[in-house]
Design a protein around this ligand. Structure first.
Ligand code: CIR
Length: 255
């Protein structure tokens, strides 16, 4: 699968107020911007057209665009974030998506679902229930994507983990990078699984984008495993997004 596009949003000043499970201090805005620019450059280096949207100061977490939509080849679906402070971000993404897609659908509720809980593979769409994504949100998504022939499979996000994809990422059509705690749930049966290195759970939120694998910097064991498996690695600084429980996948919509 080749990605021709990515949508990102530059971090705004308000990013220092972003949601976080554990407070390790506010992210440093300048460093966050520098990491974000590196990220955009690497996506662009694959030949994709990368849109960088202006910051949305009213939404401190708006840099994490992945949670606002699901982008499939057939159309896009605007999500309904379970974090009340993030609902408006999804609405702001809808007009952007209409520039790229003829078909833009939306989760209307009452359920909730965030993009970070959705892993799309060649054969199915896995959705993790989490503190942000509930059964009603998953059912509504199932109803919407069935028109395009996708099967949705509901899975569990490990306890205390923000999103399903905090702990996994798609490496190729049959290979998933995952933490041991998530893989142990058995949800990846039938796929090849590469485990993150010991103590490197945070490396699971990586992305494969065209011929590159974007991995957060500082996880050498995982980077080596991926590199040994034949993937070309690009390490991107993620220290500031990590303070807000964000990683490589959260920072873009890819299609
Ligand atoms: C939040 O709590 O919503 C943000 N601080 C982090 C969102 C990370 N997004 C993702 O994993 N897809």
């Amino acid at each position: 699968h080749t990605f021709t596009h990515a949508i990102t949003r530059a971090p705004g000043i308000s990013v220092t107020k972003g949601l976080r499970a554990v407070d390790t201090g506010a992210p440093d805005l300048e460093r966050f911007r520098a990491h974000h620019q590196d990220y955009v450059e690497v996506l662009r280096s694959t030949g994709a057209k990368v849109t960088v949207l202006e910051p949305l100061e009213d939404y401190p977490d708006a840099v994490f665009v992945e949670d606002t939509a699901l982008c499939l080849p057939e159309g896009a679906i605007v999500m309904r974030p379970g974090a009340p402070s993030r609902l408006g971000e999804a609405a702001a993404m809808a007009p952007v998506l209409r520039k790229f897609y003829g078909d833009v659908l939306a989760i209307e509720g009452p359920g909730f679902i965030e993009g970070g809980d959705i892993l799309t593979t060649e054969r199915e769409i896995l959705v993790g229930r989490s503190a942000r994504t509930d059964g009603a949100g998953i059912e509504e998504l199932r109803g919407l994507v069935s028109r395009w022939g996708y099967a949705v499979r509901e899975v569990e996000t490990p306890e205390g983990v923000l999103h399903f994809k905090t702990d996994c990422s798609l490496v190729d059509e049959e290979t998933i990078l995952a933490t041991e705690r998530l893989a142990a749930s058995g949800c990846f049966e039938g796929y090849r699984v590469i485990l993150t290195g010991e103590g490197e759970e945070a490396a699971a939120n990586s992305i494969r984008f065209n011929d590159l694998m974007l991995v957060p910097a500082g996880f050498p064991k995982t980077a080596e495993r991926l590199s040994n498996a034949g993937y070309e690695i690009r390490e991107i600084g993620n220290s500031e997004a990590a303070r807000l429980d964000g990683g490589m996948s959260c920072l873009s919509l890819r299609f």
